[in-house]
Design a binder for this molecule. Structure first.
Ligand code: SF4
Length: 493
């Protein structure tokens, strides 16, 4: 479906386009006039004589909604972003009228990290009640989502560093962009290891070069590493010999007595063995993720996971025998062929395992995933209510078993414009995930697709730096990546 978006002034596009995309998730938005439009959306904002005037309409073949609204600039108050939020509330209401439903439970919030907003309000001295009012009235959020955000912020706030500690304490991410095969729902452009075996050595050479150079900087500048996350892809696809080389370097240059956590993404059971998990435990890994996504074998087959639920159970048993302290298990709600019954079955099986962490994802089908591009969207459960009910069920059942939500993020293209929520038993939160999500700590990302975040402790300002996801591009750019990150680190002082 084609939407013709007619905005005046054109600069308001940045404020409204994400809301429009959420209202019409499968549509293509066109800003140039085309006679082929199925929906025409017009929004006009005028500022004159101290007044703001808004006019909007949405026209489709069967329905038209139109509205207008005025207010004085003075009445909007001085807070930064007030005019933008006024325009977004107007847009949100216009879309809801036309669609005859609330299309975003987060109101005008469209960003990935809504909990950051709560921390910002808490820093500025707002009470819980004031934040609740603000989010419901100014951001049009639904009450249950407001409560969830407040709960997550309350749970992870004790783990945020104060600016003095953030000057010295960093975290580290290492990206291994290889997987044993490609899951059909995944858009991560990681290489399938059997097709790229010969490229692994050059990749590791570049990674070790990057690790050595940045490790030296960290040591020479008295920085301490609080947490390490080795992700991907699936890092456990590497051989024991390669993992040994990686951990030798890590211990030499990064891990000290200040390091509280080393996490490894061991997502695919088909990359694991008792020997590998014993090695990880022996080298100081305190948390591994073994991710079933679903415990229904027919679903696992349908989404190209190359393992079954027995493989998951076997890997979990090995992790426990090896003595891994924290186990995380990811599940996805909204998978094709799955409704509440299948999700309940998966939840029951996971709870029998008693992992310390459970992360609940809502399916977000991005361009680039085989499912989005080959199977098409028709095969996917387009049952928003069912996804919402399944998420609600999981929230209740996990809380009953002593798990609490401690970090949360949203993604584009998510089913039902929901969120991903990580639950954990108190005291077993993943530090890295909190620091990465709330953006109060510098994170040095190395390897394929790694994101670095540089946080200036003095004012909390943030700048980012991304490594290429493709292993060959990463290898070719390695000198530039090292010097770019060293410059960013130097600029923090
Ligand atoms: S979902 Fe994970 S294991 Fe599957 S292809 Fe994507 S990165 Fe690899």
């Amino acid at each position: 479906m084609l939407i013709y978006l007619n905005l005046e002034p054109a600069s308001i596009y940045a404020s409204v386009h994400e809301l429009i995309r959420m209202g019409y998730p499968d549509a293509k938005i066109c800003r140039e006039y085309t006679s082929e439009w199925a929906v025409e959306i017009t929004i006009r904002l005028k500022e004159q004589c101290g007044q703001i005037e808004l006019e909007g309409s949405i026209v489709s073949e069967f329905k038209k909604s139109a509205t207008s609204q005025n207010c004085s600039i003075e009445s909007l108050g001085n807070e930064q972003g007030n005019l933008r939020r006024y325009l977004q509330r107007f847009t949100c209401r216009l879309l809801s009228t036309q669609l005859e439903r609330e299309f975003n439970a987060y109101g005008i919030l469209t960003g990935v990290r809504p909990v950051k907003l709560i921390h910002g309000f808490l820093d500025r001295g707002y009470t819980q009640e004031e934040i609740q009012n603000k989010l419901e009235n100014e951001y049009l959020m639904k009450q249950d989502k407001v409560r969830l955000l407040l709960e997550v912020a309350g749970n992870n706030r004790p783990y945020l560093l104060d600016p003095a500690a953030a000057r010295k304490m960093i975290s580290v991410y290492i990206g291994i962009p290889y997987c044993p095969s490609r899951c059909y729902y995944c858009s991560f452009p990681g290489a399938v290891v059997k097709d790229y075996e010969k490229d692994i050595n050059p990749f590791l050479t570049a990674l070790f070069k990057e690790m050595k150079a940045l490790g030296e900087f960290i040591k020479n500048n008295g920085l301490l590493v609080q947490s390490v996350y080795i992700g991907g892809g699936t890092p456990t696809v590497l051989s024991l010999t390669d993992l040994q080389r990686l951990f030798d370097l890590l211990h030499h240059d990064y891990v000290t007595t200040a390091t509280e956590e080393i996490s490894v993404e061991a997502g695919r059971p088909d990359t694991l063995s008792l020997q590998k998990l014993k090695f990880l435990q022996g080298t100081g890994v305190s948390r591994v993720c073994i991710n079933p996504q679903s415990m229904n074998d027919s679903t696992l087959k349908r989404i190209g996971r190359n393992h079954d639920s027995k493989g998951v159970m076997q890997s979990v048993e090995w992790a426990r025998v090896a003595g891994i302290k924290k186990l995380n298990m990811d599940i996805i709600v909204g998978l094709p062929g799955e409704g509440s019954r299948e999700v309940m079955y998966t939840a029951g099986k996971i709870l029998e395992i008693c992992p310390e962490n459970i992360t609940v994802h809502t399916l977000a089908l991005k361009r680039g995933s085989m499912m989005a591009e080959k199977e098409g969207k028709a095969d996917l459960p387009n049952r928003v209510q069912e996804v919402e009910e399944a998420l609600q069920y999981l929230s209740v059942i996990f809380r009953q078993q002593g798990y609490i939500p401690y970090y949360l993020y949203r993604q584009k293209y998510m089913k039902a414009s929901m969120e991903n929520v990580a639950y954990a038993r108190p005291g077993s939160f993943c530090l890295y995930n909190i620091q990465m999500m709330e953006e109060r700590q510098t994170i040095i990302g190395m390897g394929g697709g790694a994101a670095s975040k540089f946080v200036k402790a003095a004012d909390g300002s943030l700048s980012t730096f991304y490594n290429p996801k493709n292993p060959c591009s990463y290898c070719n750019a390695i000198e530039r990546l090292i010097s770019g990150k060293v410059d960013k680190l130097k600029a923090l002082n």
